[in-house]
Design a protein. Structure first.
Length: 266
């Protein structure tokens, strides 16, 4: 067994010396939870306890977010994956299950590709392979998120994350709308890292059994990316949640958490 029942926060150092904040909670096998773009570990607050009967959850504040250092330099999903390895090394964990959503799913792809011996089972949620083969959000969604009015952008993002019925009974606070304390340059660095991701050619090197999850009403990362990932990853299965948007893991809880828990237990 690994970990403690109470959440504890600590710090590791990346290879370049960047300080990386991470948080551990639960007991059992290690499960790395990777958040979306420009978010910190609070992305997982609504569901991480669902995995504690069998796993210790480990979240990482990406460089640029949360309590990690925020260097003003180029970021990439490969860099973020290497940072996760630095945290696992600091914890003396040789192998972990990995669950990444949105940009975290892109980071998780590189973890499994570049460090196959470190990843047990892999879950990719509401994500894409990146590059020219990926299906990007449509022009209307891009326009909504590019508006100058911050409150209007927040409302659009909230609508893209959750369907109205779910929001009506879950008024918040919502922890998946971005790290409000990130400096502007770090937000831009995260956006570039996510946009530049392209693992298409390398996905066939993933050795870990993989589960792909998505909501079929996702405007941020269209569900059409599911068959693309399935076509490239050798040992893969998928499940799509009808009517769910980008934050399917909250909208469809407990079904989504149960699906993940059962996959990790196989």
């Amino acid at each position: 067994m690994f970990g403690t029942s109470d959440r504890r926060a600590a710090r590791a150092r990346a290879q370049d010396g960047t300080v990386l904040a991470y948080q551990c909670e639960g007991t059992g096998r290690p499960l790395v939870l990777l958040a979306g773009q420009a978010n910190n570990h609070h992305w997982w607050d609504g569901v991480r306890a669902d995995f504690h009967p069998t796993h210790t959850t480990i979240t990482v504040d990406y460089r640029g977010s949360g309590d990690s250092d925020k260097p003003d330099e180029h970021y990439s999903t490969r860099d973020f994956a290497d940072d996760v390895i630095a945290v696992l090394d600091h914890l003396d964990i040789s192998r972990a299950d990995v669950y990444g959503t949105s940009m975290g799913g892109r980071v998780a792809q590189w973890l499994a590709i570049r460090h196959p011996d470190r990843v047990g089972r892999l879950v990719l949620g509401c994500t894409s392979p990146g590059g020219p083969k990926a299906v990007e959000r449509d022009a209307s969604a891009r326009r909504e998120l590019a508006r100058a009015d911050a409150s209007a952008v927040r409302e659009s993002l909230l609508s893209m994350m959750f369907n109205p019925e779910w929001l009506a009974s879950n008024p918040g606070p919502h922890t998946v709308l971005g790290d409000s304390e990130m400096p502007g340059y770090a937000r831009r660095r995260h956006l570039v890292a996510s946009n530049e991701h392209n693992a298409w050619e390398a996905l066939e090197r993933i050795e870990a059994p993989t589960l792909v999850l998505h909501g079929d009403a996702d405007r941020l990362t269209p569900c059409a990316n599911v068959p693309l990932l399935e076509s490239r990853i050798p040992n893969v299965r998928s499940q799509v949640f009808p009517g769910a948007r980008h934050a399917y893991f909250q909208e469809c809880r407990p079904e989504a958490s149960t699906v993940v828990a059962e996959f990790l237990a196989d």
